[in-house]
Design a protein around this ligand. Structure first.
Ligand code: NDP
Length: 373
């Protein structure tokens, strides 16, 4: 621990980053590239300096191709703290009233939006208008209509739109995708995704319909939605869903506590998933094929991710997801790299279309057909 503290202090990373006790930063990054990098570095400002923004900021201290250079916040004290902790110049700091001025700042390439879900759409449009690349947290928006507007706005402004799908760079996940593509599981028959945690403070934005757009499905269920797509390699063509609520005071109208949903895929494979804000220890993926199976538990948490298949335990490297993601984003934005699983706005719109369909299926009690192609 001391060596970690020394290391961080040498980097000028102090109070804020040191709160990130659970972030794996270097010791276990077996696959970390120690090659010198002389390409273009992605210079990022983070907008919304909360829990996840702070985690990304800490992880970015270990990037080689991306660098945290700016911050946007509604809380003045956080901006001064971040200037000290992450060595950010005051001239690269903005609030929500001034960040449109970022267009005049040649030292920032992209803005990473880590604010509540309900703010992503308007903020992304403003960042695109300022001529900066948009990196947005999941869920990218509240619904597919908003998501498509974000894609269109970024296209019109000539900037790229990437979404923080950190699992798309996670080694155990990628190994199972590789095995599936190589036919090692045979014809895929079934996927199960279980995603949940017990949510605390009833006053938080995650339980506010306007800011969250829903409940557990928007926040954690989206991992099972996205996972069902990259694990099976198919897009769902129908959805059914059922909601249960044990605490209508905490989970108000429009804020789902628990939803179970099922997908059908063109091949005939099916998926069965659970999204909940009322159970801990739910972080599990299972993929079954005619010739073999794969299981991940934990499957989408910060790690360490663990996986096994019918051939045995997976021994992929443990990584800091956000460090790897941000280096990969630099490669995508500047070097035209194609990630194994897409991380662009169109990918996120597909998840949002599925979310819309799940909520419709809950409301109507009927099977909803989908066309994502
Ligand atoms: P937090 O509540 O911890 O932080 C959100 C920050 O947004 C606040 O601290 C605040 O920062 C800013 N903000 C601006 N307006 C508001 C408002 N009206 N209400 C509350 N906060 C506001 O949330 P998280 O960091 O946990 O989540 C942010 C986003 O990141 C969400 O979209 C979430 O889904 C996503 N996320 C993704 C994860 C992943 O693994 N990919 C994990 C966790 C979250 P300031 O004071 O600087 O303005």
């Amino acid at each position: 621990m001391n060596s970690r503290r020394d290391f961080l202090q040498k980097l000028g990373v102090s109070a804020v980053a040191l709160q990130l006790g659970t972030v794996h930063v270097w010791a276990n990054d077996k696959n970390a590239s120690h090659q010198p990098y002389d390409g273009k570095v992605l210079r990022v400002a983070i907008m919304g300096l909360g829990g996840y923004g702070t985690r990304v900021a800490g992880a970015m201290q270990y990037c080689t191709k991306a660098k945290l250079v700016g911050a946007i916040s509604g809380t003045p004290k956080k901006l001064t703290d971040w200037q000290d902790s992450f060595n950010i110049p005051a001239k690269n700091c903005y609030n929500y009233q001034t960040y449109h001025e970022i267009k005049n700042n040649p030292d920032i390439d992209a803005v990473y939006i880590t604010t509540p879900n309900g703010l992503h759409h308007d903020m992304a449009l403003a960042v695109a208008k300022a001529g900066k690349h948009v990196i947005c947290e999941k869920p990218m928006a509240l619904n597919a209509k908003q998501g498509q507007a974000m894609v269109d706005a970024c296209n019109a402004a000539g900037v790229k739109l990437l979404v923080g799908y950190r699992m798309h760079f996670e080694p155990h996940t990628l190994e199972i995708i590789r095995m599936r593509k190589a036919g090692e599981f045979g014809k895929i028959l079934f996927f199960q995704g279980l995603c949940g945690f017990e949510i605390g403070d009833p006053t938080q934005w995650r339980l506010n319909k306007e800011l969250a757009g829903g409940g557990s499905l928007m926040d954690i269920g989206i991992y099972a939605i996205n996972g069902s797509r990259y694990m099976t390699g198919e897009e769902p063509i129908w959805v059914t869903a059922q909601e249960t609520k044990t605490d209508p005071v905490k989970f108000k109208e429009g804020v789902d506590e628990t939803i179970q949903f099922q997908f059908g895929f063109p091949s005939g494979a099916t998926a069965s998933c659970l999204s909940t804000y009322s159970q801990n220890n739910l972080d599990k993926f299972y993929l079954n094929g005619q010739k073999g199976w794969a299981e991940m538990q934990p499957s989408t948490g910060y790690g360490p991710i663990k996986g096994r298949t019918f051939k045995g335990e997976l021994d992929q490297p443990v990584t800091t997801h956000q460090t790897v993601q941000m280096d990969a984003f630099a490669d995508i934005l500047f070097n035209g790299a194609q990630p194994p699983v897409p991380v662009d706005g169109n990918e996120a719109v597909k998840d949002l279309k599925i979310i819309d369909a799940i909520y419709l299926a809950v409301k109507t009690g009927k099977k909803v057909d989908l066309n994502l192609s």
